[in-house]
Design a protein around this ligand. Structure first.
Ligand code: AMP
Length: 421
């Protein structure tokens, strides 16, 4: 006997009972983004590896150890399953000249892949909803994206997310800060772990992210970039804060927020929750004014963010939010003539826009009623010999204690919404 096959570790199925919540999040997000003029764009899941190495940065966790990279069988080209969406969107924008005439607001969603240690809220295949504003230089669009996220949380009924913002300045600001950071950490070299020692020269900013306990006092005393910004980055950050204040959005300035991708500059932000344990980041993003040039495009300032779908769904489950995709009615029937009447009635109801399931595969009245209940339908519509003779349908509410009623078959389509209410 062959062994049973299982899904790859860290890559999950979304089963039909869970899917309505996913669809709910996707629907609400799509509607919210449309309210701000964001348009959908879809990019491939597989891209050439150098896109991510150049875009995300070769000293990042993602590029150093988390990418699913393989050689194309025919060409031998190195390909990678996308670990995030921004690099692919910028590649597409450059390739199709999407943003050089006028700026563009876009969003996308789908699978991302990172070879991380799977745990609750952290998976190897996960889904992001990703939003990018391409070709916008001012702080207004940074704030607009944050305000849009606040609206999304409200529409989903999520009330306890905290917004953290920071500015990591312009390239010159970071160069100067980097030098003082390296000097600071070198003074405390013995307290650094191996990872930190290795990264001290290549990416000292990431040391601020370290969870290594002996390093915490050193990190707390490190020079803060947000307090040493040059005038342009300072004004930009002040602009973002003013716009958030005007929109009455509460935030915390977190000078340690650096994020795990190298392309960011100026504004970075994250929305976090305490409800998911260690995996508290629900959405994160920021400005990446240099990425177009880094990928061979013309200078194009831009700003974007990504939300983790799995974490949003987990949060809704924690908050006991239920979404249902049950039909309005499940039709139970017995005998050939009743089966034909059931199929015809179902089509009439579908013509009127209703979702209706017709029992298939036979079964006793009792087992059909069990299936009707399991379908999530509001009503069972019963057609047997008596109903056929009377040209009526017996309507049994499945979600309330209201009793069964008999309704003329010709009146079902008009009255079903009232009967299900
Ligand atoms: P990032 O692209 O790392 O800025 O992540 C943006 C968002 O994607 C995070 O705030 C998470 O909600 C989600 N996310 C990132 N990595 C994972 C993962 N391995 N599993 C599940 N969600 C993730």
């Amino acid at each position: 006997m062959s062994t049973t096959l299982q899904a790859v570790r860290g890559m999950n199925d979304v089963l039909p009972d869970e899917a309505p919540l996913w669809q709910h999040v996707e629907d609400v997000a799509r509607r919210t983004f449309a309210q701000y003029g964001y348009r959908n764009l879809r990019v491939p899941i597989v891209e050439s590896t150098p896109l991510f190495v150049r875009g995300i940065g070769d000293a990042t966790d993602i590029v150093e150890k988390e990418m699913y990279t393989f050689a194309d069988k025919l060409s031998g080209d190195s390909l990678t399953l996308r670990p995030e969406a921004t690099a692919g969107i910028v590649r597409a924008a450059i390739e199709h000249n999407l943003t050089y005439e006028r700026p563009l607001r876009v969003w996308t969603s789908g699978q991302m892949f990172r070879h991380e240690r799977p745990q609750r809220g952290r998976y190897r295949q996960f889904h992001q909803i990703d939003v990018e504003a391409l070709g916008f230089a001012g702080p207004d669009v940074d704030a607009e994206q944050i305000v849009m996220l606040a609206r999304l949380w409200k529409a989903l009924g999520l009330s306890d997310l905290v917004l953290k913002i920071n500015s990591i300045g312009d390239a010159d600001d970071r160069r100067q800060h980097r030098a003082s950071l390296v000097a600071h950490f070198e003074q405390h070299h013995t307290l650094l772990d191996d990872d930190a020692k290795r990264r001290l020269q290549s990416n000292p900013l990431r040391l601020l992210d370290s969870k290594h306990p002996p390093m915490q006092p050193v990190i707390a005393a490190a020079p803060r970039l947000v307090e040493r910004l040059g005038a342009p980055a300072r004004e930009h950050f002040d602009g973002v804060r003013r716009a958030l204040d005007n929109a009455a959005i509460a935030y915390e300035v977190d000078s340690r927020l650096v994020r795990g991708l190298d392309y960011y500059n100026r504004t970075v932000f994250e929305w976090v929750t305490g409800a998911l344990g260690a995996q508290g980041a629900v959405a994160g993003g920021g400005r990446y004014d240099g990425l177009f040039e880094q990928l061979g495009g013309k200078p194009t300032p831009a700003c974007g963010f990504a939300c983790g779908m799995e974490r949003l769904v987990l949060l809704l489950q924690v908050a006991n939010v239920v979404a249902s995709d049950g039909p309005i009615a499940y039709i139970v029937h017995a005998g050939d003539a009743a089966a034909a009447a059931a199929a015809a009635l179902a089509e009439r109801l579908r013509d009127a826009g209703h979702a209706v399931v017709v029992n298939a595969g036979g079964g006793s009245f009792k087992s059909q009623m069990k299936r009707a209940d399991a379908s999530g339908a509001s009503l069972a519509l019963i057609i047997g010999d008596d109903e056929l003779a009377a040209q009526s349908v017996s309507v049994k509410p499945l979600r309330s204690n209201t009793g069964q009623v008999s309704v003329p078959a010709s009146e079902i389509a008009a009255s079903i919404a009232t009967l299900a209410a």
